[in-house]
Design a protein around this ligand. Structure first.
Ligand code: NAD
Ligand code: TDX
Length: 344
C-alpha cells in the first residue's frame, strides 16, 4: 500500500514511519514542513530506502498536496501533522488554527478528490476537556476542549466527521492520551524533565503538581494507529490510552530518582492557564473490536525513554541550543509565564 504520513518528522510520526518501514511492506511518503518540532535526523537511517520518500512541504499547500497524492498514487493517509504544544497555543493560537484546522480541511478536500480510500485522523483526548477525580473518556463523551490547541484539534476532528457524514469519505478518528518515548521534543513534560535534570536545572512543575495524565508508550500508540489504518471502521472513533494514570508530581519525582538527581530540583511554578485537571481514557472499544492492548508497562517504558535520552544527548542538546532556547527563556525565564512561585 502507498501511505502518506503527514508530520512524519515529528515525535509520534517518526516512530510511526519507522514502524511501517520495519514491519510492513508499505511504501511511505512523509510530508512534513519541518517546523521547530520536525527533525529529519529522526529518520536519517531511511534516507536511501527505496520504500521511503521525504517531501518537505505544508499540508496547507493545496497544489503540493494534490501533486504528491497523484505522483505517489497514495491509497491511505495517516495525518499526524499539527502544532502540538498546549503552552504554545496559549502564547499564540493563530498558527494552531491555520495548521490544525485549515491544514486538515485542505488535506481532506484533496484526499477526497484524489480518491484516497483510507484517512486516519490522529486526534487527541484533549478534545474531551477535563475530568474530575472520577470517570473516563469514552468515544461519545461530549467534546469540550479547553485550550486553543484542544479547540483546534476538536475542529479538525469534527471536520473529519463531517467529511464522512456528508461525502462518505472513509475517515477513521483516533483520540489518544499523552505519549512518551524516544524522539519527543523536549518542551513536553517527560523529556523536559529528563533533559532539565541531566543539566541540573530547576524542574518546573505547574501549579501543585496534582494534575493527572494517562501515559502511553509511543510504540504502543503506533501499533494502535496501524490497526486502525488497516481494520478501523470508516466513520468510527477509537480511543487509545495507556490505562496508566499518574499525577505530574509523582511522575517527576520518579524521573528524578531514576536519574539519581536531587528532588530539590523540583520547582513549583505558576500554573498553565485553563490547565486540565485529569485525562483518563477508556480504551475498551479498540481493545475489544481491534484486539489492541498496550504492551509496554510504565516502568519499563520510562526506563527505555530515560536510556534513550541518555544515549542521544546530542539530539536534544542541539534542539535545546536552537530556536527552543528563546522559547524556554520566554516561558520559564525570570519574567516568563511559568516563573517560579515557590513550593506550594
Ligand atoms: P510533534 O509536534 O512532535 O510533530 C508535529 C510534526 O508536524 C512536526 O514534524 C512538524 O514539522 C509537522 N508540521 C507542523 N505543521 C505542519 C504543516 N503545516 N505541514 C506539514 N507538517 C507540519 O507532534 P507529536 O507529539 O508527534 O503529535 C503528532 C500528532 O499526534 C498531533 O496531531 C498531535 O495533536 C497528536 N497527539 C499527540 C499526543 C502526544 O502526547 N504527543 C497525544 C495525542 C495526540
Ligand atoms: O514544564 C512543564 N511542567 C508541567 O507541570 C510542562 C511542559 C508540563 N507540565 C504539566 C502540564 C500537564 O499537566 O505536565 C502535564 C503534561 O504536559 P505536556 O507534556 O505539555 O502535555 P499535555 O498538555 O498533557 O498535552 C499532551 O497530550 C495530549 C500533548 O502535548 C498533546 O499534543 C496531546 O494532544
Amino acid at each position: 500500500m502507498n501511505v502518506l504520513v503527514t508530520g512524519g518528522a515529528g515525535f509520534i510520526g517518526s516512530n510511526f514511519v519507522r514502524m511501517l518501514l520495519e514491519e510492513s511492506g508499505d511504501r511511505v511518503i512523509n510530508l512534513d514542513l519541518l517546523t521547530y518540532a520536525g527533525n529529519l535526523i529522526n529518520l536519517a537511517e531511511y534516507e536511501d530506502d527505496p520504500r521511503y520518500r521525504f517531501v518537505r512541504g505544508d499540508i496547507r499547500d493545496r497544489d503540493l498536496v494534490r501533486k504528491v497524492l497523484a505522483d505517489e498514487k497514495i491509497e491511505a493517509v495517516v495525518h499526524f501533522a499539527a502544532e502540538s504544544h498546549v503552552d504554545r497555543s496559549v502564547e499564540g493560537p493563530e498558527i494552531f488554527i491555520l495548521t490544525n484546522v485549515l491544514g486538515t480541511e485542505i488535506l481532506l478536500e484533496e484526499c477526497r478528490a484524489a480518491g484516497v480510500n483510507r484517512f486516519v485522523m490522529v486526534s487527541t483526548d484533549e478534545v474531551y476537556g477535563s475530568l474530575g477525580d472520577e470517570g473516563h473518556f469514552v468515544e461519545n463523551t461530549p467534546l469540550a476542549p479547553n485550550s486553543p490547541y484542544a479547540a483546534s484539534k476538536a475542529s479538525a476532528d469534527l471536520l473529519c466527521r463531517s467529511f464522512f457524514k456528508t461525502f462518505d469519505f472513509p475517515v477513521v478518528i483516533t483520540r489518544c492520551s499523552n505519549n512518551y518515548g524516544p524522539y519527543q521534543f523536549p518542551e513536553k513534560l517527560i523529556p523536559l524533565m529528563i533533559a532539565g535534570a541531566l543539566e541540573d536545572r530547576p524542574l518546573p512543575v505547574y501549579g501543585d503538581g496534582r494534575n493527572v495524565r494517562d501515559w502511553l508508550y509511543v510504540g504502543d500508540h503506533c501499533r494502535a494507529v496501524d490497526l486502525v489504518l488497516r481494520r478501523g471502521v470508516p466513520g468510527e472513533v477509537y480511543n487509545i490510552g495507556g490505562c496508566n494514570e499518574m499525577r505530574n508530581l509523582d511522575l517527576v519525582e520518579m524521573l528524578v530518582d531514576k536519574l539519581g538527581k536531587s528532588r530539590d530540583l523540583i520547582t513549583f511554578v505558576k500554573d498553565r492557564p485553563g490547565h486540565d485537571l485529569r485525562y483518563a481514557i477508556d480504551a475498551t472499544k479498540i481493545i475489544e473490536e481491534l484486539g489492541w492492548k498496550p504492551q509496554v508497562d510504565f516502568q519499563a517504558g520510562l526506563d527505555l525513554t530515560v536510556e534513550w535520552y541518555l544515549e542521544h544527548r546530542t539530539w536534544w542538546e542541539e534542539i535545546r541550543s536552537g530556536e527552543y532556547t528563546s522559547y524556554y527563556e520566554k516561558m520559564y525565564g525570570a519574567d516568563g509565564r511559568h516563573t517560579a512561585n515557590g513550593k506550594s
